[in-house]
Design a protein around this ligand. Structure first.
Ligand SMILES: Nc1ncnc2c1ncn2[C@@H]1O[C@H](COP(=O)(O)OP(=O)(O)OP(=O)(O)O)[C@@H](O)[C@H]1O
Ligand SMILES: [Mg+2]
Length: 515
């Protein structure tokens, strides 16, 4: 082998050794250092730098020096490096001060004196230019065509390693973000649904909160009943997050929202190829493995679906639709309904054996009209929640508003109260919400419960009664009601009725209402 061939062989060997080093470096900053250091000794020059293209800003950036964290940035069209990045062509400039492309400002900025430059473009696997590799000041003489070849070979390998390191860096950053977000969300739900997060000031709801605390370590199935909006799902979540399963999934499925045909695959999953185009998918039972499955509106399940759920509860295994292998599952079942399941059993619509399986513990959520003592605390809690979530300064509810809210009938229960408080807060003109902010259609105290379904319209006047006397009767009733609600405070009663105080007194005299 002649001396030239031996020299080529040496270079190739050195480049291969550098590639091995590059491939084992995953951190971008260290990789840039390794590549620059190795290139300097390979080309026998004073410095080597890698410039990466920031496409968004159309700038090139590089570390000022080896090991430094200081970054140099400039317009991607400037300098010898810039022209290489733009054209993709290698530039070998023997005397930079004779070359119009040379960008003097960089030497000025770094305090370095450049004599000659070799710059080659770096391309990723798709052939896109991602930056340039630059060698400065050959130790003796100028950069040779062999140096050009060596730097081009090195650059093509370095580009791939750099892109990989950038991707890994991005993945690490987004993974860290996700881990942090997840921990944050967990703390949020834990706070929100911890058993003591249930707002309770009276004995009936306090009993529910205490029961959740008591059963936190047992994994019995629980049935929660109650009208719509009474907090059934909130209780189910509180039970899950208070239990030893809190770090596993809470999966909720509304049984009424799905037709029977879909329900089975939603619950148990489906195997590939059951029908044309069907891909395999796991069901809610499997998703909740180790955690809790909440079946809302369980009273709406068909008898077939009930039988299948019962089998899973008894055998602790399930089979996907179209599957033959039993899959073990460990799921705690919580269920809710606003139907009377005893009556459903009597009508043959609900299986008694399933009923006893799911209601090892039964929690009944009272309608809000039965526990009006809860309203003041709940209302203040929702107002605080509104202020916290919207970031607005703290607000208060006036005593009169609290009284009016407590006297209303709330057919939509706690959910309706929450919505009303949120609406009041959003529309409030000052930090104290007063009666003037109240919704006129607030369910009136005399309105019958929704089960009775009678509209709360004013009594219709008897036939034959004149319009004038009917209006008089209505006026009299409204005044009496306003006075009762305000405990005979004429000022407040007048405001409720939209009258001046004197106007109210006149009408009281006319209708002989005692003050
Ligand atoms: N005691 C309570 N303390 C705090 N928030 C409550 C309480 N009871 C109910 N809520 C709130 O009221 C809203 C309605 O509750 P939830 O969705 O649990 O009712 P539900 O009984 O499941 O209603 P539906 O039958 O319509 O599904 C939720 O925003 C819930 O957080
Ligand atoms: Mg619900």
């Amino acid at each position: 082998m002649g001396p030239v061939a031996a020299g080529v062989q040496d270079r190739l060997g050195a480049i291969l050794a550098i590639c091995r080093k590059m491939n084992s470096e995953r951190d971008l900053a260290s990789l840039l250092d390794v590549v620059a250091r190795e290139a300097t000794s390979l080309l026998d020059c004073d410095r080597a730098s890698i410039f990466l293209l920031d496409r968004e800003r159309n700038e090139l950036w590089s570390k000022v020096a080896l090991g430094s964290s200081e970054i140099l940035r400039f317009d991607a069209r400037r300098g010898v490096v810039g022209s290489t990045v733009m054209s993709g062509r290698t530039a070998n400039v023997c005397n930079v001060y004779d070359d119009s492309r040379f960008y003097h400002a960089i030497d000025g900025q770094t305090g370095y004196r450049t004599r000659n430059v070799l710059a080659v473009a770096m391309r990723n696997q798709r052939g896109e230019i991602i930056g340039a590799f630059e060698a400065l000041n050959k130790n003796s003489g100028d950069f040779t065509p062999r140096d050009e070849e060596s730097l081009e070979a090195l650059a093509s390998h370095a580009a791939i390693s750099i892109e990989t390191a950038q991707l890994i860096g991005e993945l690490r950053r987004s993974q860290n973000e996700l881990v942090e977000q997840n921990a944050h969300l967990f703390r949020e739900v834990e706070n929100r649904y911890a058993a003591h997060g249930i707002i309770a000031s009276g004995p009936r709801l306090e009993q529910v909160a205490r029961l959740i605390e008591r059963i936190r370590d047992s994994l019995v199935n629980v049935l929660v009943t109650g009208e719509s909006g009474t907090g059934k799902e909130m209780v189910a979540k509180a039970i899950h997050y208070a239990s030893s399963r809190a770090r596993k999934r809470f999966v909720a499925l509304n049984c009424a929202a799905l037709p029977d045909t879909l329900l089975e695959s939603e619950l148990f999953g489906i195997e590939k190829g059951v029908a044309t185009g069907v891909t395999s998918r796991i069901g809610h039972f499997e998703t909740a493995d180790g955690g809790t499955l909440f079946l809302d509106e369980i009273g709406d399940l068909s008898l077939t679906a009930q039988a299948k759920i019962l089998r899973v509860l008894q055998e602790r295994t399930l089979e996907r639709v179209g599957g033959r292998t039993p899959i073990p599952v460990d799921v705690r079942l919580l269920a809710a309904t606003n139907k009377d399941l005893d009556a459903e059993i009597a009508r043959g619509h609900f299986r008694e054996d399933l009923y006893y399986r799911i209601k090892v513990i039964h929690i009944h959520m009272p309608p809000l009209r039965e526990v009006p003592e809860e309203i003041p605390l709940l209302a203040r809690h929702f107002l605080k929640e509104y202020c916290r979530e919207t970031g607005c300064p703290p607000m208060e509810l006036s005593q009169a508003v609290i009284r009016r809210l407590s006297a209303a009938s709330w057919p939509g229960n706690v959910r309706q109260l929450r919505n009303e408080v949120m609406r009041l807060a959003a529309c409030a003109s000052g930090p104290v919400i007063g009666e003037q902010d109240l919704w006129e259609g607030l369910p009136s105290p005399s309105a019958p419960p929704p089960a009775a379904a009678a509209p709360a319209a004013p009594r219709s006047p008897a036939t034959g009664q004149s319009l004038k006397s009917a209006i008089g009767e209505l006026e009299m009733r409204m005044i009496q009601q306003a006075l009762a609600e305000t405990r005979n405070n004429q000022q407040q009663a007048a405001r409720l009725l939209g009258l001046s105080r004197q106007g109210l007194i006149n009408k009281m005299k006319r209708y002989r209402i005692a003050g």
